[in-house]
Design a protein around this ligand. Structure first.
Ligand SMILES: *[C@@H]1O[C@H](CO)[C@@H](O)[C@H](O)[C@H]1NC(C)=O
Ligand SMILES: *[C@@H]1O[C@H](CO)[C@@H](O)[C@H](O)[C@H]1NC(C)=O
Ligand SMILES: *[C@@H]1O[C@H](CO)[C@@H](O)[C@H](O)[C@H]1NC(C)=O
Length: 417
């Protein structure tokens, strides 16, 4: 990798034309549905609009870092790291576009190289500047070439507030989401569809495009804070912190700070954060409380432990047959209820998620425990029997059943060592 050489690269501009149907296929790819989003799906709708994040399609086409001198590009090692988008005018419903690429820098992140590129898009006919975006493309294993670690032109993420979110919206992706998104966005990287290629890249199965997840997050924020009006959209920045498997459910947690909406998106099934420290800037905010009653999630010290339990569950074969029940953890902070976690070992392979049991199922046992204590307990730093005797942990329901969980907790400690 040679950052100086890459920065000097001035390729020819890339041209991209789209029609209404192209924008609609993109909208389907990022989860638009007839019920709430008809204006993005029906070209004769009185308020037909193109989602602002559709600019990633011309952006990607123009992002010819594959041919850039100074960059030794390896497709099988490429992951989307970060994305920034700033729009100056809503996208026309059809357009001919011209996009300019400049490599901002190639950063040396140790474990890999982060290629930062600016893509500026103009309406080809009027010459009007429509948007600029900064792609952060991460090439695994290509670090340690002696490059800079940071760069002043890098658009940065901002940490999310520490309080509970103001709104939460969740939406399931389809198992075919990545296939549809490929068609809508033009991002044909086989990582998202070809099982063999995914294995070669170190994944068990094809993963969803980071930019597809970003499309879902964007829609969730627009729906909640901008009355689904894309003309209020100014800018977005996201970091992709973990992959999503098509079929998983995305949960977007949002915080309003003036015209800036901070957000993060998690996978409901694992609790893992997949879009971290995101924010969207709007021209003005119209707050609409989500109708979809997603369980508000709270940041807890115990969150990573529950993620580990989710990973440990499949290894504990037979645990469901052994336990056959549901445990609810009522986690407290300073003596006040903070969040529930459900460990469902009643059916199937078992599952763990934040919130109370789904579909009105009842807990066989409820464990009331402080967030800090749960961390200590799972690290083996406090003795559960003693904590129970002294009232530090309270149990409602079947204590017998909880005994059967010892194996799971033990397995967790072993896997951490
Ligand atoms: C890339 O975009 C950023 C943000 O707009 C800007 O500060 C920077 O000067 C741009 N760099 C290049 C090389 O275009
Ligand atoms: C848990 O409760 C359900 C009813 O809600 C019951 O069918 C099941 O047997 C209980 N499991 C245990 C281990 O007590
Ligand atoms: C349980 O896990 C097995 C293999 O790990 C998988 O084939 C099966 O579909 C899973 N069942 C459910 C209900 O998720």
């Amino acid at each position: 990798m040679d950052a100086a050489q890459a920065k000097a690269y001035k390729p020819e501009d890339a041209f991209f034309s789209y029609k209404q149907r192209d924008a609609i296929i993109y909208a389907l790819g990022v989860g638009c549905a007839v019920k709430d989003d008809l204006k993005f799906l029906y070209e004769s709708h009185e308020d037909f609009q193109v989602l602002p994040t559709y600019v990633v399609a011309p952006g990607l086409l123009a992002n010819s870092i594959t041919d850039c001198p100074g960059i030794e590009f390896e497709l099988a090692k490429i992951l989307h790291g970060e994305q920034y988008i700033e729009v100056y005018a809503p996208l026309p419903t059809e357009a001919d576009l011209r996009t300019e690429l400049r490599v901002v820098d190639v950063l040396d992140k140790g474990s890999g190289a982060l290629i930062l590129s600016n893509l500026t898009t103009f309406d080809k006919n009027s010459g009007k500047k429509l948007c600029m975006q900064q792609f952060g493309t991460f090439q695994v294993g290509s670090g340690k070439f002696g490059g800079a670690k940071t760069c002043p032109e890098e658009k940065k993420c901002v940490p999310i507030p520490e309080r509970a979110p103001d709104a939460v919206l969740e939406q399931a992706t389809s198992v075919d989401q990545a296939v549809l998104y490929r068609m809508g966005s033009g991002d044909l990287n086989p990582l998202h569809v070809d099982p063999m290629f995914a294995k070669m890249s170190g994944f068990k199965t094809p993963i969803l495009h980071g930019l597809c997840t970003m499309g879902f997050s964007t829609r969730h924020v627009l729906k909640t804070f901008a009355n689904n009006d894309v003309s209020k959209f100014k800018a977005i920045k996201v970091r992709f912190s973990s992959p999503v498997i098509p079929g998983q459910t995305l949960v977007t947690e949002m915080w309003q700070e003036g015209n800036r909406i901070h957000f993060q998106t998690k996978v409901k099934e694992t609790g893992k954060i997949v879009v971290s420290n995101g924010h969207m800037d709007l021209t003005d905010v119209v707050f609409r409380k989500p109708e979809v009653n997603a369980t508000p999630t709270v940041q807890l010290k115990s969150d990573p432990i529950f993620s580990q339990i989710a990973q440990e569950l499949p290894k504990q074969k037979g645990i469901v047959q052994k336990v056959r029940g549901i445990v609810v953890y009522d986690l407290t902070k300073n003596g006040k209820h903070a969040a529930y976690y459900t460990l469902d070992l009643k059916n199937g392979n078992g599952s763990v998620y934040q919130g109370e049991p789904k579909d009105g199922a009842k807990a066989n046992a409820t464990v009331i425990i402080d967030d800090d204590d749960f961390v200590k307990l799972s690290a083996g730093e406090i003795n559960s029997a003693k904590a129970y005797m002294t009232g530090r942990i309270k149990i409602k329901g079947s204590a017998m059943m909880l005994q059967k969980l010892q194996g799971l907790m033990g397995g967790l400690r072993k896997s951490k060592m």
